[in-house]
Write a protein that binds this ligand. Structure first.
Ligand code: CMC
Length: 375
């Protein structure tokens, strides 16, 4: 019999249409609603980009004012979320904290019965405003520090850093952080977004979709790569040891985290803007010689494999230089990508089709249950 064609990893399969973003591997460009990310990064705030992804257009002045006001008004964490985060053991991975917190937010949703697109938008706005507080609370409790209240006079990025570090950091740090948030916000049908769409397609709820997406993002082949990049720099130690380290890793057929991409073949369009932001941070201080290691590893990979960096390569060291603990890097990615996930959940529901693929069965042929055996 003819065997069906199998697309392992869904590689190259187009499963649906989307108006939210497009990835063009040929020109290495990522467009949010038509706008190249490299034009948005550094010129537009995360709030503006969130508005763009949710609504399809950049906000005008009045819309932006409203967007800012609603984000600031929603930052307070519900008591149940605070209590849950503080009750989790310190051995819990920060991504598991985020996953649990999102689930708790969903479990306390007083409007759970309301399945309208407006209610889902409001849930998305809550998640965008509350994830920074969850990430900040978690990083601080690990250092034995009290939670810091949000400051309604600060924008999203600056307030996020204020809640984590207890002070508003220098402007280049805020800038670099905002660029990373803008670049992480959306990336078409990546694994976590597709996960969110699968859950939404069953007509489950938005919090379930986001909880599942957080789980998908955690893995090192997806969001977890930014943490792995920093772990690799820690292991390498100094730039002169990069080549030996790389030869060893490649000889063992291991992946170098922060390099390669399923879609981009000529480079990840998000890297140049984030590399510029990283350079700004390196210029302030680089006590561990990260700049030199970064350049050496990038060059070594290009020479040996021709494989180019992805966004997680510059964000790893950038988040480290900002003062974030390495296990907090992927939660930062989640805090940003929640905008993309929720935009996709709303799009999925706007013209839903249950996502239910087929598989080729390769187990034992049809057979009979043995007589007399069993209970
Ligand atoms: N280091 C070493 N070799 C690599 C790497 C890498 N980072 N990436 C790909 N290769 C090799 C791979 O070993 C394979 O070689 P061969 O054909 O000899 O077996 C070939 O390139 C094709 O790789 P693949 O894994 O089959 O390709 P893919 O399209 O499934 O890979 C990827 C995409 C991102 C999973 C992979 O490049 C990878 O594992 N990279 C490291 C993890 C990482 O940085 N992930 C972040 C992705 S971008 C951020 C995001 O969207 O989450």
């Amino acid at each position: 019999p003819d065997r069906p064609e199998i697309h392992r990893g869904l590689a190259g399969v187009v499963v649906d249409a989307t108006e939210i973003s497009s990835v063009d591997p040929a020109s290495s460009s990522l467009l949010y609603r038509g706008y190249p990310v490299q034009e948005l990064a550094g010129t537009r705030s995360f709030e503006e980009v969130a508005y763009l992804l949710w609504h399809g257009e950049l906000p005008d002045d009045a819309e932006l004012e409203q967007m800012r006001a609603q984000e600031r008004a929603r930052r307070e964490l519900p008591d149940a979320v605070m209590e849950t985060v503080l009750a989790l053991p310190l051995t819990t991975h920060p991504m598991d904290v985020v996953r649990t917190a999102v689930s708790v937010i969903g479990a306390h949703d007083p409007t759970a019965e309301d399945r309208s697109p407006e209610a889902d938008l409001s849930r998305a706005q809550d998640l965008m405003a509350q994830l920074p507080g969850i990430v900040a609370l978690d990083q601080r409790r690990r250092h034995g520090l009290e939670a810091v209240d949000p400051r309604p006079d600060l924008g999203y990025a600056e307030n996020f850093l204020h809640m984590v570090f207890g002070q508003a950091p220098p402007e280049p740090v805020v800038q670099a952080f905002e660029v990373s948030m803008v670049l992480y916000a959306e990336h078409s049908f990546n694994a976590s977004t597709f996960t969110a769409r699968v859950v939404a397609s069953t007509l489950s709820d938005l919090h379930s979709a986001v909880t599942a997406a957080v789980g998908a993002l955690k893995g090192p082949l997806h969001g977890g790569a930014n943490e792995a990049v920093m772990a690799a720099f820690g292991e390498i130690g100094t730039a002169d040891r990069v080549d030996a380290w790389l030869d060893d890793v490649l000889a063992r057929k291991q992946k170098v985290m922060g390099f390669g991409h399923r879609v981009y073949r000529t480079g990840d369009s998000r890297v140049p803007a984030m590399k510029a932001a990283l350079d700004g941070l390196l210029a302030i201080d680089d006590p561990e010689g990260l700049g030199a290691m970064y350049a050496a590893l990038e060059r070594g990979m290009a020479e040996r494999t021709g494989i180019l960096p992805n966004l997680d390569y510059p964000t790893g060291p950038a988040y480290h230089l900002m003062g974030f603990d390495t296990p907090t890097f992927t939660p930062l990615f989640a805090a940003s990508r929640v905008v993309g996930w929720t935009a996709h959940v709303r799009e999925q529901l706007a013209h839903n089709a249950l996502i239910r693929p087929l598989s080729e069965y390769t187990g034992p042929e049809r057979r009979h249950v043995p007589q007399g055996a069993g209970r």
